[in-house]
Design a protein around this ligand. Structure first.
Ligand code: NAD
Ligand code: UFG
Length: 340
């Protein structure tokens, strides 16, 4: 990748920090904009330790137009990778307005500031959730967006539409909508990783917090799904592969318009297989029990990831064993995340 300047909104967060490392390593200049509502400034020290370079950091909010304008005036930004937003599915049903405000209005304000600054290249963090509740597997980009079941998912679908309309209105915009499947794992150094605040909503950080002794046991939500072992199947991919997917997308965004890519491995793994794999790779036991199904969970979905391979030359290459080993390396070295 050529030497260029990339603004990463939400760059102190889980996926943003790994993407920052990969961009810096490839020679880009990185500006991180984050309000730290779900992250810790210590991550910047860790990025520095890994890469030898500290990204420029702006503590600010994507909803703050004045802050965005100042930032675009100060730095000569070529493109934006937009991670900033709220992401807890359950919480989004309790405080929907905060989700629409941050995720939808936040993106709108960001796009207005970008347009004013003449920066029209954007990579957006979308989600497999936009395929909706009734989509057949594997999910493929040619399928329409489906019926979403919570404000978080709806906010992602709304932003996809907003960005599609923007690109139709002005051919100078180039936008990638990256539909992530289930990112897990951590940088192999163990210096950065996923550091959820409070009780983790997601499977992998819950497993690793049980393993490190912070939580007593894992509840597996449902063992009566129509899958091989009765537990839900998801397409887990290594966060380093996901980070690389952003670099690949950025490298191909030159011809205008909206480009949609699934970023996943193309195969599903059940919750029980995840627990067993973690135990096999780490040698650490993860006590679990079966609990009722979690509302809104789908039995099984995974990506058709062939479009990203064909058009971006990107393919998830890290194995499930690496995902487990890197998760444990991070969690065991940082039992309390960045608060250690
Ligand atoms: P994260 O919470 O670790 O990172 C998001 C970052 O954005 C945080 O550092 C937070 O402080 C910041 N932020 C939130 N609102 C902001 C605002 N208004 N202004 C400035 N900063 C703000 O989450 P993540 O897992 O790294 O996810 C990044 C993106 O990817 C999110 O948009 C999320 O919805 C999307 N996504 C994540 C997953 C997943 O499983 N992690 C799956 C699909 C899509
Ligand atoms: N699970 C448990 N116990 C837990 C946590 C999760 O059994 O303590 C199970 C869930 O029931 C599900 C599987 O583990 O079957 C994966 O759950 P996650 O919460 O880790 O992931 P989801 O697939 O539910 O959701 C993720 C992201 C969403 C995104 C969605 C689709 O969190 O943001 O993928 O991309 F919308």
């Amino acid at each position: 990748m050529s030497k260029n300047t990339v603004l990463i909104t939400g760059g102190a967060g889980y996926i943003g920090s790994h993407t920052a490392v990969q961009l810096i390593t490839q020679g880009s200049k990185v500006i991180v904009l984050d309000n730290l509502c779900n992250s810790n400034a210590e991550v910047l020290n860790r990025i520095h330790s890994i890469t030898g370079i500290r990204p420029e950091f702006v503590k600010g909010d994507i909803l703050d137009r004045g802050c965005l304008d100042k930032m675009f005036a100060k730095y000569s930004i070529d493109s934006v990778i937009h991670f900033a937003g709220l992401k807890a599915v359950g919480e989004s049903t309790q405080i929907p307005l905060a989700y629409y405000q941050n995720n939808v209005t936040g993106t709108l304000v960001l796009c207005e500031a970008m347009a004013a600054a003449g920066v029209k290249t954007l990579v957006f963090s979308s989600s497999a959730t936009v395929y909706g509740e009734d989509a057949p597997v594997p999910y493929i980009e040619t399928m329409p967006r489906g019926k979403t079941s919570n404000p978080y998912g709806t906010s992602k679908a709304m932003v996809e539409q907003l960005l599609t309309d923007l690109c139709k209105s002005d051919p100078e915009w180039s936008v990638a909508l990256l539909r992530y499947f289930n990112p897990i794992g951590a940088h192999p150094s163990g210096l950065i990783g996923e550091d959820p605040k409070g009780i983790p909503n997601n499977l992998m950080p819950f497993i690793s917090q049980v393993a490190v002794g912070k939580r007593k046991e894992l509840s597996i939500f449902g063992n009566d799904y129509p899958t091989d072992d009765g537990t839900c199947e998801r397409d887990y991919l290594h966060v380093m592969d996901l980070a690389d997917g952003h670099l690949a997308a950025l490298g191909c965004l030159s011809d205008g318009g909206v480009h949609i890519y699934n970023l996943g491995t193309g195969s599903g793994t059940s919750v029980l297989e995840m627990v067993n794999s973690f135990q096999d790779v780490t040698g650490v036991e993860v006590p679990y029990s079966f609990a009722p199904r979690r509302e809104g969970d789908l039995p099984a979905f995974w990506a058709d990831a062939s479009k990203a391979e064909k058009e971006l030359g990107w393919k998830a290459s890290r194995t499930l064993d690496e995902m487990m080993a890197d998760t444990w390396n991070w969690q065991s070295k940082n039992p309390n995340g960045y608060d250690d």
